[in-house]
Design a protein around this ligand. Sequence first.
Ligand code: NDP
Length: 315
Amino acid sequence: MKKLKFKNGDQLDAIGLGTWKSEKGEVTQAVKTALNNGYKHIDCAAVYDNEAEVGEAFEEVFGEGEIKREDIWITSKLWNNAHKKEDVIPALKKTLKDLKLDYLDLYLIHWPVAFKPEVGFPEKAEDYLSLEEAPLIETWNEMLKAKEQGLVKHIGVSNFSIPKLKELMKDTDHAPEMNQVELHPYLQQNELLEFCSKNGINVTAYSPLGSGDRPDQMKAENEPSLLEIPTITKIAKKHGATPGQILIKWSEQRGTAVIPKSTNEGRIKENLASAGYQLDEEDMKAIADLDKHFRFVTGKFFETEGNSYDNIYDD
Ligand code: NDP
């Protein structure tokens, strides 16, 4: 499997396990299955409301002693209601407590959007903090402090467009080490990938399979299914792989990390096994032609009339 490299020499296995929407009653087993079958990369977030259950898996697996904490890469994310500088490190400490860890490998600012501390999910314009009230650079400087304190090894962002990255980078000497964004054949993000590559920022692809288990209110009408795109099913057939494996392999082969979510034992194993395939030039060209700038996670749920976030992705 490909590895992503960091400036200090650390390396990240490209294929990891996503945990958004993984039910509390299922996620402990899913993470144990993943770790016991060779995954070395787990993606978490405070807002997934299952970090305590993910932590039970870490406690059990690391406690058994065969798999060591230092060989596994664990990412989590700062939720949007903890952007104020006094809230960042306490939020991180809560995540560490839930995950039953001493440190994270990577901590990300989940969205370039800030809510008031008491708001879990906003409903009206007053629930938000403007970028003037919670400047991203102040949040970022706290992330840097967390790194200095050894609470996290690497820091980065998520859902940041090129303008948002530039905005942050003009005020700091410490560029994000990772940008986690939606990425799949219908949203290939070539410009963003090029910008990140030039600036030494690694990229992680989220929703690589089209996020079919999102809540209905987050779905558009007649949403396409990535797993049923004829080009993908044809390439899958040619390699004796599943469509999911082709989607995952495509991301890995392009040099990004990729974090498919599953709580199903067979699919957890199947997704990691994607690394064993190789797409040829013809496959890569056929998939490159599929791009249509289609987002599953539109960010529209943050666009409440009157708040400061009416164009999250700067599209
Ligand atoms: P994915 O694109 O990973 O799709 C998950 C869905 O695909 C589930 O229904 C899962 O079902 C199914 N599935 C898993 N493997 C296969 C397979 N091989 N073949 C067919 N179906 C399959 O969606 P997510 O949106 O969950 O994205 C992945 C991860 O990325 C998240 O879990 C989260 O960790 C991260 N993420 C980050 C975001 C951010 O803002 N930073 C936003 C969105 C996601 P089943 O479980 O039954 O296998």
